[in-house]
Design a protein. Structure first.
Length: 376
């Protein structure tokens, strides 16, 4: 059975009123919970008012009572930017407060201004720090004092200030045991992180801004890692994200995709321009008109939009290209001034499109002879 998720970076143009934008993000999570979505993922970025959530854990805590069923994921916590004990404590607390609904998404950081402000510009060192941090966090959740750690990025101990019967020197543990599920975001077609995720049994998430041709390489790489660790890997755990919008007419979807100042152009204008900055390819000062024209082309390639029938057809074609997966994660975009449109779209996805897509995917999992019998 196909499951649905919601993912938000979130991305809002910095001219927006922040309180209003965050309130809309909360309403999307509440809507997803009401529609039976399985998960809601929230990103983390510090040095950008275009991606204004500095703590997915604080944001997720803000919707606990209004979205009482949905699982809450961090998409992702950038581990090199924070002390492992801080992350361990905060994630454990949210897991306790939520009744065990946390999915612990981790990463090395994807925003170049965050790299700079936290002095993490060395790509290789960021990756090593992420792995060091998650290993330390898992130890903090499984071990008690005395505790020693001497690593490349962190060195600390907890040995002298301990009173066992009072809990002094002990860290709180998550409700989920041995720990909340761990997830990572996968990008490149030949991703080494996908292999590592397979080795460790982490949940793989393929981003919405990645071409389907690249995503098609993610699960095979995950299987490589799982085989190396002698793990069984079920594609039901694979989360695949996409921007999806259901409109009343094909013309309405076309207008939104073609608008150089619309929601999809805003999204890819931000992403593309930042990626050029991060890779050293951005001319300064950059030309917004040129970047927005490129953003429109990118949106046409990556956004699934149209009538109900068109969206279903596009999702089926997408599934045919990338292979089997278990969770379709829908991107939460800026809904400013268009809340009824997005509300109707999310409802249509949950109530009409996902069941038919799930039925199609179930049929594809059957042997060819069974498929023909079912079709006949």
């Amino acid at each position: 059975m196909l499951k649905l998720g919601l993912f938000m970076m979130p991305l809002h143009m910095p001219t927006r009123n922040l309180a209003e934008a965050l309130s809309e993000d909360q309403e999307l999570v509440v809507l997803a919970d009401r529609l039976g979505f399985e998960e809601a993922w929230m990103g983390e970025h510090f040095a950008s008012t275009g991606e204004p959530v500095t703590s997915p854990l604080i944001f997720n805590a803000s919707v606990l009572s209004r979205a009482p069923n949905i699982r809450l994921g961090s998409g992702v916590i950038s581990l090199p930017q924070q002390h492992p004990a801080v992350v361990a404590g905060h994630v454990a607390l949210l897991d306790q407060l939520s009744g065990g609904r946390v999915i612990f998404g981790i990463g090395s950081g994807g925003l170049s201004s965050d790299w700079e402000i936290f002095d993490n510009l060395d790509h290789g060192k960021r990756g090593r720090a992420m792995l060091e941090s998650i290993d330390v966090i898992l130890r903090l959740w499984s071990e008690g004092p005395p505790f020693h750690h001497q690593g490349e990025s962190w060195q600390f101990k907890l040995t002298d200030h301990v009173i066992d019967d009072l809990g002094v020197g002990h860290l709180i543990k998550p409700l989920q045991q041995p720990h909340p599920p761990i997830a990572v975001s996968i990008r490149g077609a030949q991703s080494g992180l996908a292999v590592l995720a397979g080795e460790r049994g982490w949940i793989p998430i393929s981003g919405n801004f990645i071409p389907a041709a690249d995503i098609a390489g993610h699960w095979p790489r995950y299987l490589e890692g799982a085989a190396q660790a002698d793990r069984h890997a079920d594609p039901a755990i694979w989360r695949v994200a996409r921007s999806v919008l259901v409109t009343e007419t094909a013309a309405q979807a076309e207008d939104m995709l073609a608008d150089p100042n619309g929601v999809f152009a805003d999204y890819y204008y931000y992403l593309n321009t930042h990626m050029k900055l991060a890779s050293g390819q951005l001319a300064q000062p950059h030309d917004p008109a040129v970047e927005r024209a490129e953003a429109v082309l990118k949106a046409r390639d990556l956004v699934i939009a149209g009538t109900r029938a068109q969206v279903l057809d596009q999702l089926i074609a997408f599934r045919e290209q990338i292979g089997d997966f278990g969770h379709l994660v829908i991107t939460g975009h800026d809904v400013a001034g268009q809340w009824p449109l997005w509300q109707q779209s999310f409802s249509c996805i949950a109530e009409q499109i996902a069941p038919r897509l799930s039925q199609h995917m179930t049929m594809l999992r059957q042997p060819p002879r069974n498929r023909q019998a079912a079709a006949g």
